[in-house]
Design a protein around this ligand. Structure first.
Ligand code: GDP
Ligand code: GDP
Length: 450
């Protein structure tokens, strides 16, 4: 389970600065799932080999009204869905009434909350922290987000509360092998994990029901539920799967029905936790920004993906042709993903999804030998030499695998930091074509010896 960390605090205390530190990319990765989230930002981070999700809940204005509004709104949902809350304050500004109000809310909320005193650079830490102890929060940490000081220690502490502690410890080769075996056994038991994601009302619940209701599908007792996504193990034609149901179908008719069905956190977690994501789109509405944000998050996460354009029923031939043309054009940037035109309501096309899911999964989990990859690299270089840098040609020597789901191909050479984006794309396309990689993003990483 990927822990979710929410950042709260008044404006200007350094939330976005910390967010950028905590997430992988500087240009704030992900999804501003506009309309659903107002101005919240979501990002993924990693410490060692532990993943986490970060939500920047956006500035809380500081006056009572603003805080009340926040509590009622989406930001509160984010805090509620988070596993840990980092409450930022500004050491330079000192304690403010707005800070006190936010603290009061967090105390009532009974969350794992950290008071994070930011901008400690150039200040006497003890004196700066002293002011804030009266907020009555047990965990107080000092950082300088802009300089990265204290940030790792902080995240280590936060993540320590969650299982998987052992991963922080340096493992021996034997232990690593054992871990790998456990992971493989777990993966085997769960089969292919399929996340069903999409905006509200695109037909996720209908699709989940349809997939599980198919002939030859044997649904087992739920292995367990996590937060609100429901993990449904089943078997079809002797292949094991676990469906990650973000729409909470199985809960319908029970108490939860009235509760807001769609949740961004749930969706992002399902993506992180899946092997293959089925992104559901609505043919009647076409591709909208939120779909593209979700897609970009899927790609950033490196997940394999199958796109299903739902509600394909009830459209005449002209409309179908037009929608198809537009979709394929606009999704040109992810031309490795299969697109299915389906009707979850009537069931047409649903069974065919499995073939693409399996194909994407196989590709995402593939392993290629160093020999094979190096040979492909050499061929690619013969075809097109890497460019010269200051009179010296970039040398790429050999390639090997660095991981799977997504497949990572590590290329060693000289001046590798100078490899232009266009050449990286050329290599990526070549590997993809030659290795017949369909349905999953791949990553090319360079290691230099300069
Ligand atoms: P947000 O509104 O809470 O997201 O705050 P920002 O991340 O935009 O930061 C507000 C200002 O504080 C910016 O000018 C940052 O450069 C500055 N800032 C953030 N972190 C630090 C820090 O660790 N030390 C100092 N001195 N300034 C910081
Ligand atoms: P979710 O919010 O993504 O889980 O969407 P639902 O599964 O609840 O579906 C939203 C609405 O779209 C419901 O009224 C469904 O009956 C309808 N719907 C779902 N799939 C289809 C489809 O394939 N064709 C048509 N015409 N309507 C569909």
């Amino acid at each position: 389970m990927t822990p979710v960390i929410a950042l709260v605090g008044r404006p200007n205390v350094g939330k976005s600065t910390l967010f950028n530190r905590l997430t992988r990319s500087r240009d704030a990765l992900v999804a501003n799932l506009s309309g659903l989230t107002r101005d919240r930002q979501y990002g993924e981070g990693k410490l060692g080999n532990r993943d986490y999700l970060v939500i920047d809940t956006g500035g809380i204005s500081g006056n009572e009204e603003g805080i009340d509004a926040m509590m009622a709104g989406q930001s509160l949902q984010a805090i509620d869905e988070a596993d840990a809350v980092l409450f930022l304050v500004d050491a330079r500004a000192g304690l403010t009434p707005a800070d006190e109000m936010i603290a009061k809310h967090l105390r009532i909320n009974n969350k794992s909350a950290y008071l994070v005193v930011n901008k400690l650079d150039g200040l006497d830490a003890d004196a700066a922290l002293a002011d804030f102890y009266q907020l009555g929060l047990a965990n107080v940490e000092g950082i300088a987000a802009a300089h990265g000081r204290g940030v790792k220690t902080l995240i280590n502490k936060v993540l320590d509360e969650f299982p998987k502690l052992e991963e922080l410890v340096e493992l021996s080769e034997e232990e690593k092998a054992e871990e790998q075996q456990t992971a493989e056994a777990e993966q085997k038991a769960q089969g292919i994990k399929i996340g069903i994601v999409g905006r509200p009302n695109v037909g996720k619940s209908t699709l989940v029901n349809r997939m599980l209701g198919e002939d030859r599908v044997v649904v087992f007792d739920h292995a367990g539920t996590t937060r609100d996504s429901i993990y449904i193990p089943f078997e079809r034609q002797e292949q094991k799967y676990t469906l990650i149901d973000t729409a909470g179908v199985r809960r319908r008719g029970k108490v939860k029905e009235a509760v807001e069905k769609f949740s961004v956190v749930k969706t992002l977690q399902a993506i992180s936790d899946a092997n293959v994501v089925i992104l559901v789109l609505d043919a009647k509405e076409g591709l909208v920004d939120q779909d593209l944000h979700l897609l970009s998050f899927i790609l950033e996460s490196g997940r394999a993906v199958v796109i299903s354009l739902n509600k394909w029923d009830g459209m005449d031939a002209d409309m179908k042709a037009q929608v198809k043309e537009e979709l394929e054009r606009r999704l040109g940037f992810i031309n490795f993903a299969r697109i299915h035109y389906i009707s979850a309501l009537h069931g047409s096309g649903v069974g065919n999804l499995y073939k693409s899911v399996e194909e994407a999964y196989q590709a995402a989990m593939s392993r290629w030998s160093t020999n094979q990859l190096t040979r492909l690299l050499e061929d690619a270089i013969v075809e097109h030499q890497p460019p010269l840098v200051r009179g010296n040609r970039i040398k790429l020597r050999y390639a090997h695998m660095g991981g799977s789901n997504p497949p990572i191909i590590v290329i060693h050479g000289n001046q590798t930091s100078e490899v232009p984006a266009s050449y990286q794309r050329y290599l990526e396309n070549t590997f993809r074509r030659e290795l017949k990689i369909v349905g999953t993003p791949i990553r090319i990483e360079f290691k230099g010896s300069e």
